[in-house]
Design a protein around this ligand. Structure first.
Ligand SMILES: [Zn+2]
Length: 235
């Protein structure tokens, strides 16, 4: 059997993370979802147009791939830009509860994020709608979310205890949990003017195994599954 390799950095050692065995690349820190995302970007990301590609809550490995693809058009972003001391270019301050305050309509080529949407307070549909409005026609939106329940649920109550959030949403700082049963229905209205790219045309089960990603990420809705959309028209 050929040893698995991280497609983001070439690393071949994987360490444990919490209760999960051999999931984190010891060289770049990537998880399964970052390696899947990186494979898709390496093989099927749209060519640069000069417009920004905005990467929210940037991870080291994914950042490296995006910078090699988009150079100066790569823009890391976060609601707390100071959280990225390793980043050697400025991190933009963007609050995804109000994307249109930061991103003009059809001004970016792409938006990239992994395990972010479950943290954003407020109305999810509005956040996604405004994010998608910022993407130029032909541009892309690629992301990963965790699934913690069968059906969507959320609660913005700032008085809710950390323990209760952990129990309901899978982590103390999550405001929602995405449901395996209704996820695509839930986000669908925000993506009516987009085409969903089917990833089994881009990545095989063998590719995932070779990148230390569970094959179920391709065949089911899991916390490592990548969603990739291209914008067809303005609305
Ligand atoms: Zn790596």
């Amino acid at each position: 059997m050929i040893a698995a390799q991280c497609p983001l950095c070439g690393g071949s050692e994987f360490g444990d993370y919490r209760s999960r065995k051999k999931v984190r690349c010891t060289a770049c820190g990537s998880f399964e979802r970052g390696r899947f995302l990186g494979l898709v970007l390496q093989r099927a990301a749209p060519a640069a147009t000069g417009s920004p590609v905005v990467h929210f809550a940037p991870e080291v490995g994914t950042s490296k791939v995006l910078r090699s693809l988009y150079g100066e058009a790569y823009q890391p972003a976060d609601v707390s830009p100071d959280s990225y001391p390793w980043m050697d270019i400025p991190v933009r301050q963007i609050d995804l509860q109000y994307p249109s305050r930061y991103l003009a309509p059809e001004s970016v080529l792409g938006l990239v994020h992994s395990h972010i949407l479950e943290h954003i307070p407020g109305d999810l549909t509005n956040s996604l709608y405004e994010m998608n409005a910022a993407i130029e026609v032909g541009g892309f939106h690629i992301f990963v979310v965790p699934f913690f329940s069968d059906w969507y649920r959320e609660d913005m109550d700032s008085g809710m205890s950390r323990e209760e959030r952990d129990r309901l949403f899978g982590q103390w700082d999550h405001v929602r949990s995405f449901g395996r049963r209704d996820f695509l229905d839930r986000i669908g209205p925000c993506f009516r003017n987009f085409e969903r790219i089917h990833l089994n045309d881009i990545v095989t089960v063998d590719d995932l195994v070779a990148a230390a990603v569970p094959p179920s990420a391709l065949t089911q809705l899991t916390a490592h599954s990548v969603f990739y959309f291209r914008k067809l028209r303005s609305l």
